[in-house]
Design a protein around this ligand. Sequence first.
Ligand code: ZN
Length: 178
Amino acid sequence: MPRSTFSGIGYDVHALVEGRPLWLGGIEIPHSKGLEGHSDADVLIHAIADALLGTVASADIGHHFPNTDPSIKGIASTDILSRVVGILDGHGARIINVDATLIAEAPKIAPHLDSMRARLAECLRLPVTRVSVKATTNEKMGFLGRAEGIAAMAVASVERDEADVEQPTAPPAPPPGL
Ligand SMILES: [Zn+2]
């Protein structure tokens, strides 16, 4: 059975607030503010997770991990990512690569990129050479430029057997509690 390549795209943004730790790419980064959210608000991992779910057309992390579910309040996004890898396994998808960009005016991201790549590669069960993380600023323009939040975008590619792709899948289960 022939194998085909599929791509997915992900985007996420969270507000920067006082009194929260800053988690990016599974790494805690020293900063005066952190990202607001139901989970640890790791915007980079959320964008990557959505890109991965997109490769198998399986909705998004808001569907799989709804912020109305008290059982996942404060969940580490590295756990979310590992669970998304499990969802891909269930679809017979093998991850080829992940590429992501963080858009942050502050703090300086560059010194942490290698640690993020290593941590992400571990969660994704991939060699680090298949995981790319880049960072840029928003040139001081707009809410990102005023450092009111941090955004991330990601693309992912996977390889799948055509037989797995053509298999009709059951409609996604409703979020727990609904
Ligand atoms: Zn998010």
